[in-house]
Design a protein around this ligand. Structure first.
Ligand code: ATP
Ligand code: FE
Ligand code: MG
Length: 356
């Protein structure tokens, strides 16, 4: 089957067509995306009202581009999927309404996708990973460890009790006068700096529950910055390196706790999967590779373009659900909040649809 997927929960408007063959392997036929980063950069973060307007202005164009690039017409699509949340509600409504309208006029099934579920299932598109696996989701809005046991079967093992890791990168960059988005800038500075110069905290390190806390680290960076102010180029590089070293330490310690918690709910994972924009960070990737080698668990990192928000992940999640016979009503609501572990795949009673 072929599914058109639409994403508009944050600051990218995206649409893609993904096809699955008889064996269930997925192929990306197109993946159109328009980022609003430039429109929000002046504000140092995403402005919800600006985002919603920008989605309205380009959504038709992006859907048309996804179909054109795939060389397909609407009639060639088997179902239309859209992210129904969680996210900025104004933007979610734009993509969701567009998908419902397309499903209505074509008479094709509609599928409402949880944005986090789409991140969670992406490694099955890029790397054919089997359930169960441990997902480390690290983005601008989310930081969680999730046991992925099947489609619609997610156990959130832990999550951040304050800031997301990407958010901590962005706020640190802002404090040091670096441009938005801060992650790549902090990483660049860190390469030139001394990660041992500033002693920064590792909140929750050593705790059994695989949760994260970043706000104490952020505050420590601010206090150290004020202490050595005015900041020289070396100070900025050293602060970035020390911050990134703390983040790497936190991620590895929390992921170890996640692996232990995983055993209790799903046994041994087939893989450790990393998704979200922060997964683009070289130091974090290197440390996770080392952890994977040490534990003998395969590390899967989808390519950065599929780690950050995109349409292909929504289309793929749609295909996974379509294969199980799970589709949605056109009344499916847009949701600002929608925790991953509340997502279910309501399998139809017809046993021919039973997952294999
Ligand atoms: P979400 O996916 O949670 O809805 P989002 O759109 O903010 O939110 P992504 O697009 O996945 O998330 O990722 C963006 C985040 O990733 C930003 O916070 C950015 O600073 C961070 N990031 C990007 N590249 C890097 C990097 N090289 N190192 C660290 N962080 C990075
Ligand atoms: Fe996302
Ligand atoms: Mg984004």
């Amino acid at each position: 089957g072929r599914v058109l997927g639409i994403e508009s929960t944050c600051d990218e408007t995206a649409a893609a067509v993904v096809e699955a063959d008889a064996s269930g392997r997925g192929y990306i036929l197109s993946n159109a995306i328009l980022s609003q980063i430039a429109q929000h950069a002046a504000y140092g973060g995403v402005v919800p009202e600006l985002a919603a307007r920008a989605h309205v202005e380009v959504i038709d164009h992006i859907v048309a581009r996804a179909l054109n690039e795939a060389g397909l017409k609407l009639a060639d699509i088997d179902a239309v999927a859209a992210a129904a949340g969680p996210g900025l509600i104004g933007g979610v409504i734009v993509g969701l309404t567009t998908a419902k309208a397309l499903a209505l006029v074509t008479g094709k099934p509609f599928i409402a996708i949880n944005h986090l579920e789409a991140h969670a299932l992406t490694p099955r598109l890029t790397d054919n990973v089997d359930f169960p696996y441990l997902l480390l989701l690290v983005s601008g809005g989310h930081t969680q460890l999730v046991a992925v046991r099947g489609v619609g079967d997610y156990v959130r093992l832990g999550s951040t009790i304050d800031d997301a890791i990407g958010e901590a990168f962005d706020k640190t960059a802002k404090m040091l006068g670096l441009p938005y988005p801060g992650g790549p800038e902090v990483e660049k500075q860190a390469l030139k700096g001394d990660g041992d110069r500033f002693a920064l905290p590792r909140p929750l390190k050593g705790r059994a529950a695989p949760d994260f806390s970043l706000s104490g680290l952020k505050t420590a960076v601010r206090i150290e910055g004020e202490r050595v102010s005015p900041l020289s180029a070396t100070d900025i590089a050293d602060l970035c390196a020390s911050f990134q070293a703390a983040i790497v330490d936190i991620i590895i310690d929390r992921t170890r706790a996640g692996l232990r918690a995983f055993e209790g709910v799903a046994g041994r994972p087939n893989a450790l999967v990393v998704a979200g924009g922060v997964a683009a960070n070289g130091a974090i990737r290197a440390a996770l590779h080392q952890l994977a080698t040490e534990t003998g668990i395969k590390l899967v990192t989808p390519p950065p373009a599929l780690c950050t928000d995109n349409g292909a992940m929504i289309a793929w999640a749609g295909l996974e659900r379509l294969r199980l016979g799970v589709t949605d009503d056109l009344s499916a609501p847009a949701r600002a909040r929608w925790p991953l572990d509340s997502v279910k795949a309501d399998l139809p009673a017809d046993p021919t649809f039973a997952p294999t």
